[in-house]
Design a protein around this ligand. Structure first.
Ligand code: SF4
Length: 242
């Protein structure tokens, strides 16, 4: 395997949780723990917070009302999530004001929220956080990030967005990738990059080849382990603890 690309993204392993049918690279050993040994993942504090934020952002779009050209959101936010939510809200308010100014509030609601997409050719699938339609009737792919790690690793986030792009395929004509890093109050934006898409496809193919040959090596990149649900059952880490 070409380990240069063995680390798809910080949540390469989180995607294992979501990818019930197949894997997206990262760590073949995690694949073995999940699908062959049938070991359930542990929930960490950060993954619980991430799930709560995803639910909150989704609830926002169910509850938000546009009345008389103003935005209303009639619900209370848990204190633990307020900081991240306020960053999201500030971004949404700016987006609302912009669309109002150009009279395109019809595209305010995302066209996709928390939806599973499949790419049968590559043998991958993933839950896409969100796709927006732009005022020019094109599409933007989003990923929400509540951890701090991604801020230092745009490369990993970009690859993760590429992975989701590959899952979406041609259903939406994506013209931009965005990662909303709520812990840092930062929006990472980039345009889809063919070279990155090719590299991620190559990684997926490599990982599948290894799995099919029964090679379940641990990823060489320990950063992948940060968010792995199997970390506390993995020999790499249990050896260090004992
Ligand atoms: S902790 Fe690291 S090496 Fe172990 S299964 Fe998870 S990603 Fe792989």
């Amino acid at each position: 395997m070409n380990y240069k690309y063995s680390f798809l993204s910080k949540s390469g392993i989180a995607l294992y949780n979501n990818c019930l049918k197949s894997e997206n690279g990262g760590c073949p050993f995690a694949f073995k723990m999940k699908y062959i040994l049938d070991i359930p993942p542990s929930q960490s504090k950060s993954s619980n917070k991430g799930s709560a934020l995803h639910e909150l952002f989704d609830k926002f779009f169910d509850m938000v009302k546009i009345d008389d050209g103003e935005l209303y959101f009639p619900f209370v936010v848990d204190d633990n999530l307020k900081k991240d939510f306020n960053i999201f809200l500030s971004y949404e308010t700016d987006r609302f004001e912009y669309l109002k100014s150009i009279e395109r509030l019809d595209v305010y609601q995302p066209v996709v929220r928390e939806r599973m997409f499949n790419n049968n050719r590559l043998g991958i699938h993933g839950i896409v956080d969100r796709i927006d339609k732009t005022s020019e009737d094109k599409y933007i792919l989003y990923d929400y990030k509540s951890g701090v790690y991604e801020h230092q690793n745009k490369w990993g986030l970009r690859n993760e967005l590429a992975f989701y792009h590959l899952c979406v395929g041609s259903e939406y004509d994506l013209i931009e990738w965005r990662g909303l890093l709520t812990a840092k109050g930062y929006m990472y934006k980039t345009i889809p990059n063919e070279k990155v898409l090719d590299k991620v496809s190559e990684l997926v193919d490599d990982t599948w080849s290894n799995i099919k040959m029964g090679k379940f090596e641990m990823t060489k990149n320990k950063m992948s382990c940060s968010y792995c649900g199997w970390k506390y059952k993995c020999p790499r880490w249990s050896i260090q603890i004992s």
